[in-house]
Write a protein that binds this ligand. Structure first.
Ligand code: GTP
Ligand code: MG
Length: 201
């Protein structure tokens, strides 16, 4: 089974995307496997609505461990299973909370062995400093992703009007990547993501 990983900064919309994408491709409920840094594994069953309520938040670093879902997409007459793993957000700085540092280490370690990387970028986060800098965590993920050649950027939060204007800027700073604009919140752009995932599982 192919392993797809969802990475990005904290608060970029990784969990919202993961859950709404699961729903978009037909899951009414989800079994989420939580894997902690010390390999403690727990599994919980949620309706998608419950999971959104419990696992998404505008508080930074709501997700601190790996959260995996086994999903399926119909390709022709067969249904293909794949694992989609939501991760702890990563940043440039060494975080002061040990659980977050461990979560980030888990993200980096899984990114190295995942078959496909979905990199979520929050369009509302793109500032002047971000455009002029070349060492943000998003640049680091991009540089790694394009070398791996199994990588896309999901430019999230297109529903925020000023954020949508940043889409062109994003294409200029990350020219070698395929960029799909989405609103994870409103489940927009997920048809294109589904086609891309179907080609890579
Ligand atoms: N307007 C808008 N808000 C969004 C969108 N996607 C996510 N959000 C909001 O952004 C906040 C963070 O969403 P999460 O999905 O929890 O973000 P995350 O990347 O998993 O965050 P961490 O787990 O903290 O790393 C929440 O308040 C969401 O409602 C979107 O497409 N549009
Ligand atoms: Mg999260």
């Amino acid at each position: 089974m192919r392993d797809l990983i969802v990475v990005g900064r904290p608060n970029s919309g990784k969990t919202m995307f993961t859950l709404n994408f699961a729903s978009y491709i037909g899951s009414k409920s989800v079994d989420i496997t939580f894997r902690s840094y010390d390999d403690l594994i727990t599994c919980r069953h949620f309706s998608v609505e419950e999971a959104r309520r419990e696992l998404c938040s505008n508080t930074l670093h709501k997700t601190k461990t790996l959260q995996s879902l086994v999903l399926k997409i119909a390709i022709g007459k067969t249904a293909v299973n794949f694992r989609l793993t939501d991760t702890c957000g990563i940043g440039e700085k060494i975080h002061n909370e040990v659980a977050v540092r461990r979560g980030m280490a888990q993200t980096l370690s899984l990114m190295r062995c995942a078959d496909f990387i979905l990199h979520i970028i929050d369009l509302s986060y793109i500032s002047k400093e971000y455009l002029n800098g070349s060492s943000t965590i998003d640049h680091e993920i991009y540089n790694y992703g394009v070398i791996r050649n199994s990588y896309i950027i999901l430019a999230n939060k297109t529903d925020i009007p000023f954020a949508k204007d940043n889409l062109t800027k994003l294409s200029c700073i990350f020219p070698k990547a395929t960029i799909i604009p989405i609103s994870a919140l409103l489940s927009q752009g997920l048809k294109e993501v589904k086609s891309c995932v179907a080609r890579n599982i």
